[in-house]
Design a protein around this ligand. Sequence first.
Ligand code: URA
Length: 441
Amino acid sequence: MRVADLIRKKRDGGPLGRDEIAALIGGVSDGSVPDYQTSALLMAIVLRGMTADETAWLTEAMIASGTRLDLSDLSQPAADKHSTGGVGDKTSLVLAPLVAACGVLVPMMSGRGLGHTGGTLDKLDAIPGFRTDLTIPELRSALARVGCAIVSQSDELVPADRRLYALRDVTATVESVPLIAASIMSKKIAEGVGALVLDVKCGAGAFMKTTAEARMLAATLVAIGERHGVRTEAVITAMDAPLGRAIGNALEVAEAVDVLKGEGPADVEALTVALATRMLVLAGSATGEADASARVREALASGAGLERFQAMVETQGGDPRIVDEPGRLPSAPVREAVPAPRAGFVARLDAEGLGLAAMALGAGRDRVDGRVDPGVGLRVLAGVGSRVEAGTPVVEIHGRDSRQIDTVRPLVERAIDVRAVPPDPQPLILDRVTVPAVFQP
Ligand code: URA
């Protein structure tokens, strides 16, 4: 079976067989399929799509590229959440410790930035010393000690996703239901969780721009989870404007800590509590929605979530003092505010435009071996709906130097829309997708 023949088959719209997908993914993981062929294959999949069977086989082959964890000896339910990719979305950093504080293990395998969206691993890398490359024994011991850990794919855990993910980020091959579904579900199934909540982002700043696309991705994700015995549910959430106020790695860590202290933006807190609540319910560790929500809120209000966060940072080698001294996080030396062009109301802050602006500052990569600058980013000073005068600062750019700021300023200006009338308030949670009828017990 020649790799070029399989790429041609997919390029011409033919379905790949289970053995063909297994052989390709085996080659991606052991390096025998070079990056140029993998990139061509990814583009063929983006353009031609995959059937439900192909998507399931791709997921299966990616899980089989590493180990599937068995956490049953830890004697606690295990659950996780994963987002399909957003701008300013730091919920994982808040949610993992909060859920752990409620007695549910969270062995979270996350990703780096993808396209214009941020990645949890890049955010954690902003914490001096923090290691996401834990071995399986280290992950188990972190879970036993703290109840949560956030790690990357590795040689042991879904190595195929590590390779595919890095290539997709820089070859414009992210926006594909089968590729997103297999990437997310291979990681989550390999973690060994019994329950999973998926945050499927929808809107201008998401990979799925319409609710129809988001529902299709959500249904695909839920079906794969159930097929592998994981209780899975998807929540479709709005991603037109950035979540919270910070975009950029260290800025987002600081904002996540603020949320854990009860001092963060309301939208980040509301979404985190909603997702954490569903995790407790699906994990069977609450009597129902009201009980789960009350326990999550108590973990937030009592500081138990913040304590777990600090313990997680310490256990994974990071500097726990960043919690009380955010000045220890990296920062960018030059700051400049982009003002409102006229008086009125902030009607739109285009999440994709701001995500691309953050990338242009160095918060993401444009090459597989590209370096991320942890200190740069954007801070929203006047969110959607805010009343502004001409000249009121709307977004603050945090950059390395003034030349960089000059390049990025027009991108930020284009992402800001000020109108005479206030925008209609939009709900954050748009829909929920549960087990498709065919999988109902
Ligand atoms: N998150 C992932 O892990 N993979 C994707 O493809 C998109 C979001």
